[in-house]
Design a protein around this ligand. Sequence first.
Ligand code: IDP
Ligand code: MG
Length: 137
Amino acid sequence: MALTFVMVKPDGVRRGLIGEVVRRFEAKGLRIRALKMITVSPGLAQKHYEEHRDKPFYPDLVRFITSGPSVPMVLEGRDAVSVARTLMGATDPVKAAPGTIRGDLGLELTENIVHGSDSAEACEREIALYFLPEEIS
Ligand code: IDP
Ligand code: MG
C-alpha cells in the first residue's frame, strides 16, 4: 500500500473545513496513518516549497502557509499519491472540476485549501519534514 502526504492549509482550517476535507479522503478509502495540527514556521515553509523559491508568488505563498494552523496528515491506500491529487482537483480552484475539494470549496489560487504530494519522492520528503517516524501508526 502506498502512502501520501496531505495538508489542510490555513484557509481550510480558518473556514472550518478540516472535517469536510478529511471526510472526503476517508470516504474514498484512504486510511489515516498520522494527523496533527501545527503552525508551519517560516523555516519549514521554505523547505516545503523550495521548488517554488524563484516564482513570483513565493513570498505570498510562504506568508500564507505560515499564517495560522495547518493540519498535515499521512494517508495510505492504493495509488495514494494520485488518488489524493484527483480528489483535490486542479491547483487553481477556478479550473478545478466540480466534485473535487478545490472545485467544490475554493475560489482563490493561493488559498486553495489543501496540499498534496505530487510524486512518491515528494511524499517521502514531505512526510519527513512534518512527521517523526514514531508519529506514524
Ligand atoms: P499544487 O499545490 O497543486 O501542487 P503547485 O504548483 O505545487 O500546486 O503550487 C504550490 C502552491 O502555490 C499552490 O497550491 C498554490 O497555493 C500556490 N500557487 C501556485 N501557483 C500560483 C500562482 O500562480 N499564483 C499564486 N499562488 C500560486
Ligand atoms: Mg505542488
